[in-house]
Write a protein that binds this ligand. Sequence first.
Ligand code: HEM
Length: 103
Amino acid sequence: GDVEAGKAAFNKCKACHEIGESAKNKVGPELDGLDGRHSGAVEGYAYSPANKASGITWTEAEFKEYIKDPKAKVPGTKMVFAGIKKDSELDNLWAYVSQFDKD
Ligand code: HEM
């Protein structure tokens, strides 16, 4: 994946998510340290029961499946997002998102 292209693709997420140093929860949870994080794990964020019960560990494969079609992967999620279908864009997005460690 191409980190710079992934950064541009992340503009689609920014209405609801922050990532990077000093990222805070907004409409959705902050996404720092996502690689290896368990679903529903950010403190102080009010997840849907569906997200919390999903038992996902966010790896590259799980992330891509979710972003492709959030409601198919996690029925009942409150993330309202049509999804990204292009594999190359998903590759780029993961390259960008997975570089941020938990701070
Ligand atoms: C949850 C990524 C776009 C709102 C999540 C989670 C991930 C994620 C990985 C699960 C986090 C966790 O379990 O801790 C992304 C990415 C996006 C995107 C990469 C862009 C491609 C959006 C948009 C919105 C949104 C545009 C708002 C319209 C939410 C909400 C949740 C969530 C509300 C919590 C879901 C729940 O509790 O059911 N997002 N998201 N996301 N996202 Fe997004």
